[in-house]
Design a protein around this ligand. Structure first.
Ligand SMILES: Nc1ncnc2c1ncn2[C@@H]1O[C@H](COP(=O)(O)OP(=O)(O)O)[C@@H](O)[C@H]1O
Ligand SMILES: [Mg+2]
Length: 347
């Protein structure tokens, strides 16, 4: 049974419909990420789960119990904010123990749980410092520990690593995933960063305009995006407009279609394109840009129409990229790697 279930949740602010019929079920101990562009409703959905907001319609259940009408402090849900929100005048130990203290837990119990939490985030030696004496990454670990000591049923994290630089962000993502696995807590993580979502999620819910557009494991979504928006949001993708006639695309390299005749979008990941010099059966064009990244060479191929095609090829030792202006033909490496969707690329 799913530990957290969100059923048909909708919410409007004035005339603006911000959540539209959102549904989601999260298994115990797993991490679901809400991923989508700024303004698509991620924080609003998280705040609805926490109880800071009351949805206009729908239900939220934890362990089968409807919590939709409970106030935040009775929901057993932890919330980690983007900006840490630690108390500056309290030490790290006091910050972590704060929630237990206001719940009037016995002192000895608080002391034990705070030490456990400090160990969990590897900050035992920092317990008597104040927040401003810690780095941003350390402060965010404290913010997470402060939620975990209350042993909530569900942990919600709203873009917790936004203030961190790229390298620290990546190590925090891995650390958080390990921490969640150790304590086995059901989590919903919010981000607008697709790489972050790929790194730490069991499943990703792609949100757009207040709707969940697709839900799946990171690789399901990468390999089988159901809409051009999802294809473009997770990883990089060439979105090639095509017409489908009699079960085939009209593209230079025709692809068999399992979707109805009419306008279509061919979705091709850059690593699934190959490049050959000169003309041939495929998308002809010229090298607009080439960069060798050591292990790979990335190309932009200009075709005179539409967006340039992006291709990423493995690089053999000693091989330099083709020079800009070279005439080339791009082909899909393996027809099985082509994804064909109904409708135009940007509806
Ligand atoms: N309290 C509020 N009152 C009015 N509009 C709001 C409120 N909170 C959020 N919104 C609007 O709802 C939309 C979604 O916001 P939000 O859930 O914060 O998006 P995200 O977290 O995905 O960036 C935005 O257009 C935002 O301006
Ligand atoms: Mg937000």
């Amino acid at each position: 049974m799913s530990q957290l279930v969100i059923e048909n949740v909708s919410k409007a602010f004035g005339t603006q419909q911000v959540l539209r019929d959102c549904g989601l079920a999260v298994d115990k101990g797993s991490v679901v990420t809400l991923l989508g562009p700024s303004g698509c409703g991620k924080t609003t959905l998280l705040r609805s789960i926490a109880g800071f907001l009351v949805p206009d319609a729908g239900r939220i259940l934890v362990n089968g119990q409807d919590i939709s009408h409970l106030p935040p402090n009775r929901r057993d849900v932890g919330y980690v904010f983007q900006n840490y929100a630690l108390f500056p005048h309290l030490t790290i130990r006091e910050n972590i123990g704060y929630g237990l203290k206001i719940r009037r837990k016995p002192k000895a119990l608080i002391r034990g749980k705070v030490e456990d939490a400090l160990g969990l985030i590897a900050l035992t030696d920092f317990g008597d410092r104040y927040p401003k004496q810690l780095s941003g990454g350390q402060q965010q670990r404290v913010a997470i520990a402060r939620s975990l000591v209350l042993e909530p049923e569900v942990l919600l994290l709203d873009e917790p690593f936004n203030a961190l630089d790229a390298q620290l962000r990546l190590s925090m993502q891995i650390e958080l995933r390990k921490l969640i696995d150790r304590v086995g807590i059901t989590s919903i993580f919010v981000t607008h960063d697709q790489q972050e979502a790929m790194t730490l999620s069991d499943r990703i819910a792609i949100m757009r305009g207040g709707r969940i557009e697709q839900l799946g494991t990171p690789l399901e979504i990468y390999d089988h995006p159901q809409t051009p928006f999802v294809a473009d949001f997770i990883g990089r993708a060439n979105l090639i407009p095509v017409a489908i006639r009699s079960g085939r695309t009209d593209s230079p390299q025709p692809i068999a279609a399992a979707v109805p005749d009419g306008p279509g979008t061919l979705v091709v990941r850059p690593e699934n394109l190959t490049i050959a010099e000169g003309p041939g059966p495929g998308w002809e064009g010229s090298v607009g840009f080439a960069t060798a990244l050591g292990a790979t060479i990335e190309y932009e191929i200009d075709r005179g129409v539409g967006e340039p095609l992006r291709a990423i090829l493995p690089r053999q030792p000693g091989v330099a990229p083709l020079t800009p202006g070279s005439r080339v033909t791009a082909r899909i490496r393996d027809e099985a790697a082509a994804i064909l969707l109904s409708g135009s690329p940007r509806p």
